[in-house]
Ligand binder design. Structure first.
Ligand code: ATP
Length: 237
């Protein structure tokens, strides 16, 4: 299968009411691996992910996939910080994206049940999705995002509101998806999590990439004073 990756950002800039939220950003995302986006509050992590996913149109520069946009869009999934679900059963939420991809109902239902089992949601299949706990809801959001095997998954702080054991579950699903070939781009505030799962890091400051590189080198000895301060836990603004 021809890949939608690499994804290339060239001078990509996002503006709101005349103010630059992100950019200009130059970046190339290859076909494999886990890229973790870090940076202080308001540095533009969410905006960068949304811009890459095409949820927000660039004001300048370009965001280019290796396939036409309509095809590239079908190969992507996005998990929001606040998980969203249809006001329907867990099963219906899992079936929905498969039906969007044109899969027959019986096959989609069988696949949804398999995904529910992998994500420990079998007992919840008939439950209304909005009544799930935070951890269950994020597991559902991730199961739904991964069910059609996206080539790339954008995840915006997927563990932000979760406790340790729920975080561990989500992380293991993310790592498993990446090992199976899904390209992962994730924003997080949790430096322990970033160290655990990142192959490479993008450190944002004021909407710009301040430093980027392989995770081990970044965490062992960042090049910039701002990244060193950020990793020490100092306030960087
Ligand atoms: N729709 C919008 N209109 C105006 N400003 C916005 C909009 N969305 C985001 N911003 C601003 O853009 C900047 C970047 O926000 P963004 O949410 O991308 O940062 P972040 O690094 O994800 O922050 P946090 O860590 O707090 O989640 C912030 O100053 C924010 O106030």
């Amino acid at each position: 299968m021809v890949s939608a990756l690499p994804l290339t950002l060239a001078g990509a800039t996002l503006r709101r009411r005349g103010k630059v939220l992100v950019g200009p950003v130059d970046l190339k995302l290859g076909e494999r691996g886990v890229t973790v986006v870090i940076g202080p509050n308001g540095s533009g992590k969410t905006s960068l992910l949304r811009m890459m996913h095409g949820l927000q149109r660039v004001a300048a520069g370009s965001v280019t996939w290796s396939l036409p946009d309509t095809e590239a869009r079908r190969r992507q999934a996005y998990v929001f910080q606040q998980p969203i679900a249809l006001r329907r059963s867990v099963l219906a939420n899992l079936v929905f994206p498969l039906r969007l991809h044109g899969m027959p109902r019986a096959q989609a239902t069988a696949m949804a049940r398999t995904a529910a089992s992998r994500f420990d949601l079998t007992a919840k299949l008939e439950q209304s999705a909005p009544s799930l706990s935070g951890g269950e809801m994020q597991r559902l959001a991730l199961a739904r995002a991964l069910i059609a095997t996206p080539e790339i998954l954008f995840a915006d702080e997927p563990c932000a509101a979760l406790d340790g054991s729920a975080t561990r579950q989500i992380e293991s699903h993310l790592v498993e998806a990446a090992a199976s070939g899904t390209r992962l781009v994730m924003a997080t505030h949790d430096m322990g999590q970033a160290r655990r799962i990142a192959d490479d890091v993008i450190f944002l400051l004021h909407g710009r990439i301040h430093e980027t590189g392989p995770a081990t080198a970044f965490f062992d000895g960042p090049d910039t004073a701002e990244a060193r301060a950020f990793l020490r836990g100092d306030i960087v603004d």
